[in-house]
Write a new protein. Structure first.
Length: 144
């Protein structure tokens, strides 16, 4: 289960994000778990990035995984929060030459996989994580 919160006044593809994440929960066999997606602006995510990562600029997505340590066990599982900058999503959609829908869904899925423990620090990790993300997006016809 998850909830999507919009802290901006902008519209976005909430139905598509919901659909692809429900499919991700099914594919990854995530049971008895909860997480949040929070859609924010560049100023908000810039502050998070600076405060928690020491990087003084806005970014596209930040995930705060609560299961990063083995000490945290709850029922239902609390996976964490995914913050997405709607402004960065719009900028990157143009930069990468695909739709805003694809970009924001990609960022939601990317954050979801981080909450599940996937990472892309090494080339091998990146290959695994990005293949899973792309397969999920394609399964829901989020390709352009």
């Amino acid at each position: 289960m998850f909830e999507i919160m919009n802290l901006t006044k902008e519209d976005f593809c909430e139905e598509d994000i919901t659909r692809v994440l429900k499919k991700g929960i099914e594919v990854e066999k995530v049971e008895d778990a909860f997480f949040s997606i929070i859609v924010v602006d560049n100023a908000y995510i810039h502050n998070l990035n600076k405060t928690y990562r020491g990087i003084d600029r806005p970014t596209d997505v930040i995930s705060f995984a609560l299961e990063d340590t083995k000490d945290v066990e709850t029922s239902p599982r609390l996976l964490g929060d995914i913050y997405i900058s709607i402004e960065k999503a719009r900028e990157q959609a143009i930069e990468y030459g695909h739709s805003f829908k694809r970009e924001i869904c990609f960022l939601a899925v990317h954050g979801f996989y981080h909450l599940l423990g996937y990472d892309h620090q090494t080339e091998e990790e990146e290959k695994i994580m990005f293949a899973r993300q792309e397969a999920l997006l394609q399964s829901e016809d989020i390709t352009e």
